[in-house]
Design a protein around this ligand. Structure first.
Ligand SMILES: *[C@@H]1O[C@H](CO)[C@@H](O)[C@H](O)[C@H]1NC(C)=O
Ligand SMILES: *[C@@H]1O[C@H](CO)[C@@H](O)[C@H](O)[C@H]1NC(C)=O
Ligand SMILES: *[C@@H]1O[C@H](CO)[C@@H](O)[C@H](O)[C@H]1NC(C)=O
Ligand SMILES: *[C@@H]1O[C@H](CO)[C@@H](O)[C@H](O)[C@H]1NC(C)=O
Ligand SMILES: *[C@@H]1O[C@H](CO)[C@@H](O)[C@H](O)[C@H]1NC(C)=O
Ligand SMILES: *[C@@H]1O[C@H](CO)[C@@H](O)[C@H](O)[C@H]1NC(C)=O
Ligand SMILES: *[C@@H]1O[C@H](CO)[C@@H](O)[C@H](O)[C@H]1NC(C)=O
Ligand SMILES: *[C@@H]1O[C@H](CO)[C@@H](O)[C@H](O)[C@H]1NC(C)=O
Length: 526
């Protein structure tokens, strides 16, 4: 019983194994196509013939084997095929076209036996190269003449070529890579620096051995600068005693000509002119001393229009008094080393200033002085204090358009020794006065005591002396007050040396010290 059971189970197992073996041998005999191997060049020039190879090592006998070349993802279009009864390695000729580029596979199948499953090879990538040819620049943004801020887009158009790398040259120099996108050069906001002759160079290569390069023809791009806000100024022209004109100049610092300048007054357009430069002048009739509203320049190039500032059109002739004031710089030991003298007229919009030393006109610059002309309302003369700068200074102001009306300031005498000796002198005077005062008071007191004993009701000498001395003493102290105006030498026309100015010059350093101590005092208080 036991043996039976075992043998029947054994038989069942054997049957299964045999069945399996039978099935296996049947299957292998029917579908014994091995995996084909595809190989060949990885790059090919378009319109050339190449050979791809498909190798199949395992295949059933007496079956016609078909080897076909396809793109991996598209089996509807066969590129090449090869039939063989006993071919181990098939050569698949290919006349290379653009569409051959991509992942290729070789498919092996039995021609008349659908029972045999086809097999697919490895993937082989084929790159198809077409040499570049016929480069040409296309101006996609339209215009070759543009204005600053406009967009520029150029495209390098080729008759043929793929896998191309592009370079752009502007006036023979390489254009930054950051502006390039594939075959395009793109500048969103151009400036005049983007002007010039553009050329594109397209290139590709085959097999790392053959290089193809083409050159486009040149395209000249002009980027014009937009005109900047015009500055306005005017000078006065006297044609004769009754006819005055404002010669108005409008000037822009940037902008590619031609530029059209126009002039407006408060109410209307006056004139317009187109120029090849960046400035224009206009002549406008004028009445002296009268408010004629304002003037304004307009500048235009292309569609771009800008207006400048408005300036009042009013010409006030120079009027006195003409005043001089000065500041100084001192070096060590309070020695005055340089002085700046300012000259100012009470009125006058178009003043011209002239400086004189000992009555001789000082030109722009000399060994010890320098004449500043920057401020139209205020003239400056800078002096280094030395032997050569000693003398009597004055300034004259006249209308720039009519120099017959010069007004002179008072004269100011300056010299190094006076400027620098004076602190000692002032100290001596102040201390001297102080000592003298104390002495005097003491003497007076003594005398007073004696006199009071003799004449009880009589006015004392000491009182009288005090009255006499006090103004003088305070006079000196008053300098600190005088200081505020001391440097303003306010004088009408005159020939003689201005004594007040002398005092003011002399007292300066001493006063400064007094001022300093006065300023220091509150700080010391807690
Ligand atoms: C293949 O064909 C030959 C003759 O044509 C024959 O002798 C042979 O037995 C065949 N082989 C197979 C496996 O059918
Ligand atoms: C296979 O089939 C083709 C037609 O599909 C026929 O022309 C060819 O003769 C057949 N070859 C064999 C070996 O049967
Ligand atoms: C230029 O403008 C385009 C959109 O008009 C933008 O996508 C691009 O980033 C800009 N390029 C640069 C460099 O600003
Ligand atoms: C590709 O280049 C190799 C050398 O790098 C050369 O031997 C071969 O002939 C070239 N192939 C073609 C098709 O030019
Ligand atoms: C491109 O053209 C210029 C002049 O036409 C020439 O000098 C240059 O060598 C050319 N470059 C190439 C790569 O053909
Ligand atoms: C503006 O100019 C016109 C013509 O030159 C003149 O008639 C007019 O009076 C001027 N306006 C003012 C406010 O000056
Ligand atoms: C100006 O005159 C003074 C005398 O008044 C003289 O000392 C000084 O040297 C003169 N200066 C010049 C530069 O002539
Ligand atoms: C006034 O100026 C004119 C020209 O600038 C000059 O020829 C003339 O001598 C000057 N007259 C006076 C008095 O300065």
């Amino acid at each position: 019983m036991r043996g039976n059971k075992f043998s029947s189970r054994m038989f069942a197992s054997l049957f299964v194994i045999v069945l399996g073996l039978c099935y296996c041998s049947r299957a292998s005999s029917q579908a014994s196509l091995g995996l084909p191997r595809l190989f060949g060049p990885s790059e090919a020039l378009v319109k050339t013939a190449v050979e791809m190879n498909c190798e199949l090592l395992t295949f059933p006998e007496n079956e016609t084997i078909l080897l076909q070349l396809f793109r991996e993802v598209d089996r509807s279009r066969m590129f090449a095929e090869y039939t063989s009864l006993k071919g181990k390695e098939a050569t698949l000729p290919l006349y290379v076209r653009h569409f051959h580029e991509g992942n290729l596979v070789c498919v092996a199948s039995a021609q008349n036996n659908s029972l045999i499953e086809p097999t697919v090879s490895n993937i082989h990538y084929l790159k198809v190269i077409e040499p570049v040819e016929g480069a040409e620049i296309e101006v996609c943004s339209g215009l070759v003449n543009l204005f600053e801020g406009n967009r520029l887009e150029l495209r390098c158009k080729l008759k043929a070529g793929n896998h191309v790398s592009y370079k752009w040259l502007l006036n023979g120099r390489l254009v930054s890579q950051s502006l390039l996108h594939d075959d395009r050069l793109l500048i969103n906001r151009t400036t005049s620096q983007d002007s010039g002759s553009y050329r594109c160079v397209a290139s590709n290569s085959f097999n790392q051995t053959d290089f193809f390069t083409v050159n486009s023809t040149e395209v000249v791009i002009t980027v014009k600068d937009l005109v900047s806000e015009p500055d306005i100024s005017f000078s006065v022209l006297k044609e004769d005693i009754h006819n005055y004109f404002a010669v108005v100049s409008c000037r822009s610092t940037r902008g590619t000509p031609p530029v059209t300048f126009s002039l407006y007054n408060s109410t209307e357009f006056i004139a317009s002119v187109m120029t090849e430069e960046r400035f224009a002048t206009f002549k406008v009739p004028l009445v002296l001393g009268q408010d004629l509203g304002f003037l304004q320049c307009q500048a235009r190039n292309g569609d771009w229009v800008v207006y400048g500032e408005k300036i009042p059109l009013e010409v006030v002739p120079v009027g006195g008094p003409v005043t001089m004031r000065y500041t100084y710089d001192s070096g060590e030991n309070y020695a005055v080393i340089s002085i700046t003298i300012y000259c100012e007229a009470a009125k006058g919009t178009h003043a011209r200033y002239q400086w004189f030393l000992n009555g001789t006109l000082l030109h722009d610059r000399g060994s010890f002085y320098y004449v500043h002309h920057q401020h139209p309302e205020l003239a400056m003369l800078m002096l280094s204090v030395g032997d050569s700068s000693a003398g009597t200074y004055h300034c004259e102001v006249s209308d720039s358009f009519d120099n017959t009306t010069a007004i002179s300031s008072r004269r100011l005498y300056l010299d190094k020794h006076r400027l620098n000796r004076l602190p000692v002198w002032v100290v001596a005077v102040v201390f001297g006065s102080f000592t003298f005062l104390i002495l005097l008071v003491s003497v007076c007191c003594g005398i007073g005591v004696v006199f009071r004993r003799r004449h009880y009701g009589e006015k004392s000498l000491s009182d009288f002396e005090m009255e006499r001395i006090t103004p003088a003493y305070y006079g000196k102290l008053d300098l600190s007050h005088y200081n505020e105006d001391a440097d303003v030498v306010n004088a009408a026309r005159g020939g003689e040396v201005d004594q007040a100015s002398l005092v003011s010059v002399d007292e300066w350093p001493q006063i400064e010290e007094e001022k300093k101590t006065l300023e220091d005092e509150p700080a010391e208080e807690p």
